[in-house]
Design a protein around this ligand. Structure first.
Ligand code: HEC
Length: 137
Protein backbone atom coordinates (compact mmCIF):
# COMPACT_ATOMS: atom_id res chain seq x y z
CA UNK A 1 0.00 0.00 0.00
CA UNK A 2 2.65 2.51 1.06
CA UNK A 3 4.70 1.53 -2.01
CA UNK A 4 1.81 2.51 -4.22
CA UNK A 5 1.61 5.90 -2.48
CA UNK A 6 5.37 6.46 -2.88
CA UNK A 7 5.17 5.49 -6.54
CA UNK A 8 2.23 7.84 -7.08
CA UNK A 9 4.10 10.66 -5.34
CA UNK A 10 7.15 10.07 -7.53
CA UNK A 11 4.99 10.35 -10.64
CA UNK A 12 3.45 13.62 -9.35
CA UNK A 13 6.88 15.06 -8.48
CA UNK A 14 8.41 14.16 -11.85
CA UNK A 15 5.44 15.63 -13.75
CA UNK A 16 5.69 18.83 -11.67
CA UNK A 17 9.44 19.05 -12.38
CA UNK A 18 8.85 18.67 -16.12
CA UNK A 19 6.43 21.63 -16.02
CA UNK A 20 9.00 24.02 -14.48
CA UNK A 21 9.64 27.02 -16.73
CA UNK A 22 13.08 27.26 -18.32
CA UNK A 23 15.61 29.15 -16.22
CA UNK A 24 16.68 32.47 -17.80
CA UNK A 25 20.12 32.35 -19.35
CA UNK A 26 22.70 35.09 -19.91
CA UNK A 27 23.71 37.95 -17.66
CA UNK A 28 21.10 39.44 -15.32
CA UNK A 29 19.41 42.60 -16.63
CA UNK A 30 21.23 45.85 -15.77
CA UNK A 31 19.78 48.92 -14.08
CA UNK A 32 16.94 50.68 -15.95
CA UNK A 33 17.88 53.54 -18.35
CA UNK A 34 16.79 56.33 -16.01
CA UNK A 35 19.43 55.13 -13.54
CA UNK A 36 22.13 55.11 -16.25
CA UNK A 37 22.35 58.82 -17.02
CA UNK A 38 25.25 60.36 -18.95
CA UNK A 39 28.00 62.08 -16.96
CA UNK A 40 27.83 65.86 -16.67
CA UNK A 41 30.18 67.22 -19.35
CA UNK A 42 33.40 68.66 -17.88
CA UNK A 43 34.06 72.38 -17.92
CA UNK A 44 32.36 75.67 -17.00
CA UNK A 45 28.64 75.05 -16.46
CA UNK A 46 27.90 78.68 -17.26
CA UNK A 47 29.54 78.49 -20.69
CA UNK A 48 27.60 77.37 -23.77
CA UNK A 49 28.63 74.93 -26.46
CA UNK A 50 27.95 71.67 -24.59
CA UNK A 51 26.12 68.67 -26.07
CA UNK A 52 22.42 69.19 -25.28
CA UNK A 53 21.59 65.48 -25.52
CA UNK A 54 24.24 64.63 -22.89
CA UNK A 55 23.05 67.47 -20.66
CA UNK A 56 19.44 66.30 -21.08
CA UNK A 57 20.39 62.78 -20.03
CA UNK A 58 22.32 64.07 -17.01
CA UNK A 59 19.98 66.83 -15.76
CA UNK A 60 16.54 65.50 -16.81
CA UNK A 61 17.16 61.79 -17.30
CA UNK A 62 16.34 60.68 -13.75
CA UNK A 63 12.71 61.49 -14.55
CA UNK A 64 12.59 61.63 -18.35
CA UNK A 65 14.55 58.60 -19.60
CA UNK A 66 12.80 55.22 -19.98
CA UNK A 67 11.32 54.13 -16.65
CA UNK A 68 11.55 57.57 -15.04
CA UNK A 69 8.53 58.94 -13.22
CA UNK A 70 8.16 61.85 -15.65
CA UNK A 71 8.14 59.40 -18.57
CA UNK A 72 5.58 57.23 -16.80
CA UNK A 73 3.23 60.14 -16.11
CA UNK A 74 3.62 61.65 -19.58
CA UNK A 75 3.12 58.23 -21.23
CA UNK A 76 -0.25 57.98 -19.51
CA UNK A 77 -1.14 61.54 -20.54
CA UNK A 78 -0.20 61.00 -24.19
CA UNK A 79 -2.01 57.65 -24.38
CA UNK A 80 -5.15 59.28 -22.99
CA UNK A 81 -4.86 61.70 -25.92
CA UNK A 82 -4.82 58.69 -28.27
CA UNK A 83 -1.08 58.83 -29.00
CA UNK A 84 1.34 55.85 -28.93
CA UNK A 85 3.22 55.23 -25.65
CA UNK A 86 6.56 56.28 -27.21
CA UNK A 87 5.28 59.87 -27.00
CA UNK A 88 5.88 59.68 -23.26
CA UNK A 89 9.57 60.33 -24.00
CA UNK A 90 10.19 64.06 -24.50
CA UNK A 91 12.83 63.25 -27.14
CA UNK A 92 10.10 61.67 -29.33
CA UNK A 93 7.83 64.72 -29.22
CA UNK A 94 7.55 67.05 -32.21
CA UNK A 95 5.11 69.55 -30.67
CA UNK A 96 7.45 71.08 -28.07
CA UNK A 97 9.00 74.52 -28.58
CA UNK A 98 12.20 75.73 -26.92
CA UNK A 99 10.31 78.52 -25.14
CA UNK A 100 7.82 76.02 -23.68
CA UNK A 101 10.57 73.65 -22.51
CA UNK A 102 12.39 76.49 -20.73
CA UNK A 103 9.17 77.73 -19.15
CA UNK A 104 8.27 74.29 -17.77
CA UNK A 105 11.78 73.80 -16.40
CA UNK A 106 11.90 77.18 -14.62
CA UNK A 107 8.30 77.25 -13.41
CA UNK A 108 7.52 73.55 -13.02
CA UNK A 109 4.31 71.93 -14.21
CA UNK A 110 1.99 69.85 -12.01
CA UNK A 111 4.14 66.90 -10.84
CA UNK A 112 7.34 68.40 -12.29
CA UNK A 113 9.19 70.62 -9.81
CA UNK A 114 10.76 73.89 -11.02
CA UNK A 115 14.53 73.58 -11.50
CA UNK A 116 16.76 76.45 -10.35
CA UNK A 117 19.73 77.97 -12.20
CA UNK A 118 21.97 76.01 -9.85
CA UNK A 119 20.41 72.68 -10.84
CA UNK A 120 20.33 73.62 -14.55
CA UNK A 121 22.22 76.76 -15.64
CA UNK A 122 20.80 79.01 -18.38
CA UNK A 123 23.53 77.81 -20.76
CA UNK A 124 22.66 74.17 -20.01
CA UNK A 125 18.94 74.83 -20.46
CA UNK A 126 19.55 76.56 -23.80
CA UNK A 127 21.39 73.49 -25.06
CA UNK A 128 18.72 71.10 -23.71
CA UNK A 129 15.85 73.14 -25.18
CA UNK A 130 17.55 73.10 -28.59
CA UNK A 131 17.53 69.27 -28.52
CA UNK A 132 13.91 68.94 -27.35
CA UNK A 133 12.03 71.75 -29.04
CA UNK A 134 11.74 73.71 -32.21
CA UNK A 135 12.58 77.41 -32.23
CA UNK A 136 9.80 79.89 -31.62
CA UNK A 137 7.21 80.44 -28.90
C1 HEC B 1 12.00 65.30 -10.55
C2 HEC B 1 11.63 64.75 -11.81
C3 HEC B 1 11.79 65.61 -13.03
C4 HEC B 1 12.93 66.22 -13.49
C5 HEC B 1 14.33 66.21 -12.87
C6 HEC B 1 12.57 66.85 -14.73
N1 HEC B 1 11.25 66.65 -15.00
FE1 HEC B 1 10.20 67.35 -16.59
N2 HEC B 1 8.50 66.50 -15.89
C7 HEC B 1 8.42 65.72 -14.77
C8 HEC B 1 7.06 65.26 -14.62
C9 HEC B 1 6.55 64.36 -13.52
C10 HEC B 1 6.32 65.81 -15.69
C11 HEC B 1 4.82 65.63 -15.96
C12 HEC B 1 4.11 66.71 -15.17
C13 HEC B 1 2.62 66.49 -15.11
O1 HEC B 1 1.96 66.67 -16.16
O2 HEC B 1 2.14 66.13 -14.03
C14 HEC B 1 7.26 66.60 -16.46
C15 HEC B 1 6.92 67.33 -17.58
C16 HEC B 1 7.81 68.01 -18.37
C17 HEC B 1 7.45 68.77 -19.55
C18 HEC B 1 6.04 69.03 -20.05
C19 HEC B 1 5.64 68.06 -21.13
C20 HEC B 1 4.21 68.35 -21.58
O3 HEC B 1 3.66 67.48 -22.27
O4 HEC B 1 3.66 69.41 -21.30
C21 HEC B 1 8.62 69.26 -20.08
C22 HEC B 1 8.77 70.11 -21.32
C23 HEC B 1 9.70 68.82 -19.22
N3 HEC B 1 9.18 68.06 -18.20
C24 HEC B 1 11.03 69.09 -19.43
C25 HEC B 1 12.05 68.77 -18.54
C26 HEC B 1 13.43 69.11 -18.75
C27 HEC B 1 13.99 69.80 -19.98
C28 HEC B 1 14.11 68.69 -17.63
C29 HEC B 1 15.59 68.85 -17.32
C30 HEC B 1 16.14 70.17 -17.40
C31 HEC B 1 13.15 68.08 -16.74
N4 HEC B 1 11.91 68.14 -17.33
C32 HEC B 1 13.47 67.54 -15.52
C33 HEC B 1 9.44 65.41 -13.90
C34 HEC B 1 10.73 65.87 -14.00
Amino acid sequence: MSRTIVAALLVVVSVAAADEPAKPTGPPPGPPPYQMRAELPAGDRLAGGKDGAVLYSNRCGACHLVGGMGTNLLTKQRMMLGEPPEQGLLTNRTDLTQTYVKLVVRQGKLAMPPLSRVEVTDAELDAIATVLGKAGP
